[in-house]
Design a protein around this ligand. Structure first.
Ligand code: AMP
Length: 393
């Protein structure tokens, strides 16, 4: 029995058919450039990828084509093969502190949350509607990126903003990447064989976020109302003085939409160096390139600020874990962070840090006061497992 995991973006549908018990990925794929003149689908089954160029009018046409590909290459998707469909949803607001079986009411709540996630929730909603109509005999489950952080203490979730304004517009810190932080922090506890841990998880991918987790519960996270707050990311600023917005509007004559695009798509590593890929930044840093050096220093400095403050908030730190594209693959960034945390009792073992693996592993020395781990994240598997939990399978 498998779970179909769907992550519908505004112009794309990412999907995976996964066995939640043994983590096997049976089929994976991506339909992209939906709504454009020419679209594209990559559909991978049995290690082989079928690539198609074709116009994909909308999410319905995209999902129909994907189902046809399943029919052609197997397995046919139906209640006899698929136990549940798990949908990734970025914003669950105050409504959802865990995944939810989708009915018309849940669908309506996801719709009500559109103002808080104008780029994401409309696309998820359209993916959910289409999938429910094409696969009506399978239960559909929404898995929210914000759910793990719904239990954040008020002092971590509250902005020091006028209370009435914040309430009226539902402004608070919701966090994001929760599925990954929950999966990774639980893996750490399982791997170390104990739950009573003060953990920091650094999810460093193209998007990046940090979380502080005490005994399995999130107590802090770096993303806020939206995934713009916090760490330096591939194309996002992360933390920035909000007055920069006023300045760019008043002095630079920029519109709110232009500033939004600048902060979300034209900043971070890309804004500082021209590339959002950490591999390019690392190469430039190693070669002594000035912009790459500044970018790397800013990136690492921001990480240190979060690690330090979360250690203070938790009153200590047992485990620091790196995950996602940069966290899992960049021994160079891990080494830089590790070196500068010596005062917290962090010691990274150079040899262990260079090991490449898809398995969770310790990279600190035996006498390091803080254990440092690399744990590959797997959001699709986490979504599949949460979907199975919700349907009680
Ligand atoms: P993700 O969003 O988790 O898929 O991570 C994507 C990011 O991981 C890319 O932007 C790359 O910068 C980064 N990445 C992937 N492989 C490496 C590597 N070997 N070294 C440094 N960064 C990497």
């Amino acid at each position: 029995m498998s779970v179909l995991v769907i992550n519908a973006g505004s112009s794309s549908i990412k999907y995976q058919l996964v066995n939640p018990d043994n983590s096997e990925v049976i089929v994976s794929g991506l339909a992209e450039r939906i709504g454009e003149e020419m679209g594209h689908i990559d559909h991978t089954h049995d290690g082989e990828t079928t690539s198609l160029d074709l116009p994909i009018a909308d999410h319905k046409a995209g999902l129909q084509k994907i189902l046809e590909l399943f029919d052609e290459f197997g397995p046919h998707l139906g209640p006899e093969t698929v136990r549940a469909v798990g949908h990734r949803v970025v914003q669950g607001g105050r409504y959802f502190d865990k995944a939810a079986l989708i009915d018309d009411e849940v669908q309506k709540l996801i719709e009500d949350l559109i103002p808080l996630a104008p780029l994401h929730n409309p696309a998820h909603l359209s993916g959910i509607k289409v999938a429910r109509s094409l696969l009506p005999d399978i239960p559909h489950v929404a898995v929210f990126d914000t759910a793990f952080f719904q239990g954040l203490p008020d002092e971590a979730a509250t902005y020091a903003l006028d209370r009435e304004v914040a309430e009226k517009y539902s402004i608070r810190r919701y966090g994001a990447h929760g599925t990954s932080h929950q999966y990774v922090s639980a893996k750490v506890a399982e791997f170390l064989g104990r739950d009573d841990l003060k953990q920091i998880v650094l999810h460093m991918g193209n998007g990046a976020s940090a979380s502080a987790v005490v005994n399995g519960h999130a107590v802090e996270t770096s993303m806020g109302l939206t995934p713009l707050e916090g760490l330096v990311m591939g194309t996002r600023t992360g933390d920035i003085d909000p007055a920069v917005v006023f300045h760019l509007a008043r002095v630079g004559g920029m519109s709110i939409d232009e500033i939004d695009t600048l902060f979300n798509r034209g900043s971070g590593l890309k804004g500082l160096t021209g590339s959002n890929d950490m591999r390019d930044v690392q190469d430039g840093y190693a070669a002594g390139d000035k912009d790459a050096t500044v970018a790397m220093e800013v990136y690492v400095h921001r990480l240190l600020k979060y690690i330090g403050s979360y250690t203070a908030v938790m009153g200590g730190l047992d485990v620091l874990t790196f995950t996602a594209g940069v966290g899992e693959n960049s021994s160079a960034v891990r080494a830089l962070v590790g070196e500068r945390l010596a005062s917290l009792g962090v010691k990274i073992d150079e040899e262990k840090n260079e090991v490449r693996s898809r398995e969770p592993r310790v990279i600190s020395t035996d006498d390091s006061r803080v254990k440092v781990l690399v744990v590959p994240t797997n959001e699709e598997l986490a979504i599949a497992r949460q979907a199975m939990d919700i349907i009680g399978a």
